[in-house]
Design a protein around this ligand. Structure first.
Ligand code: IMP
Ligand code: MG
Length: 170
């Protein structure tokens, strides 16, 4: 396995976080925001992003996986649930990367079902070429081509999350 090829540098990631945070600060002003990071991949992006947000934030995490059940409907499996009740809250879901879009689509449906006042989706990286759903993230860091990437929280079989930059797996 070769992870020597850098796709996105640490400096580019830092600039991306600044830009996304500025957009969120502009849109929400001083409205309180519930920030929900999707474990495990988004733990680093969430930690970087929330430190740039200026409104009061309530931070929580959930761990989910999605799969296609019979009748090809998506099923969301919640492995670790939230501790907060999102009823009536403005929620921002923070994810590492959007691929097919299934995970974020189902997380949004679940949070709206629980009574969140609003749900917006934020992803550090986006691979639109791989999309099988109509999901469009409200905030997107960097659009990338169809390559498997690791680093900045993203893994291959649990490894490489600690890289400071984004590498292509070959
Ligand atoms: P989706 O539901 O297909 O959009 O899947 C998103 C999830 O797939 C992410 O949370 C990642 O865990 C994983 N994933 C998709 N592409 C990559 C990648 O290039 N590197 C690491 N994980 C990825
Ligand atoms: Mg993930």
């Amino acid at each position: 396995m070769d992870t020597s090829s850098v796709m996105i540098t640490k400096q580019q990631i830092d600039e991306m976080v600044d830009r996304v945070a500025a957009d969120i600060n502009r849109d929400y002003g001083d409205r309180e925001l519930a920030v929900i990071g999707i474990l495990t991949g988004a733990f680093i992006f969430t930690a970087d992003l929330v430190r740039k947000l200026k409104m009061p934030v309530n931070i929580d995490f959930m761990q989910v996986s999605s799969y296609i059940g019979t009748e090809s409907t998506g099923i969301l499996k919640i492995r670790k649930d939230l501790t907060i009740d999102v009823t009536g809250l403005d929620v921002l879901v923070v994810e590492d990367i959007v691929d097919t879009g299934r995970t974020l689509k189902m997380v949004r449906e679940e949070l709206l079902r629980r009574g969140a006042k609003s749900v917006k989706l934020c992803a550090a990286f986006d691979k639109p070429d791989r999309r099988t759903t109509d999901l469009v993230p409200d905030y997107c860091g960097i659009v990338i081509p169809d390559e498997f990437i690791v680093g900045y929280g993203l893994d291959l079989d649990g490894q490489f999350r600690n890289y400071e930059d984004i590498r292509i797996v070959r």
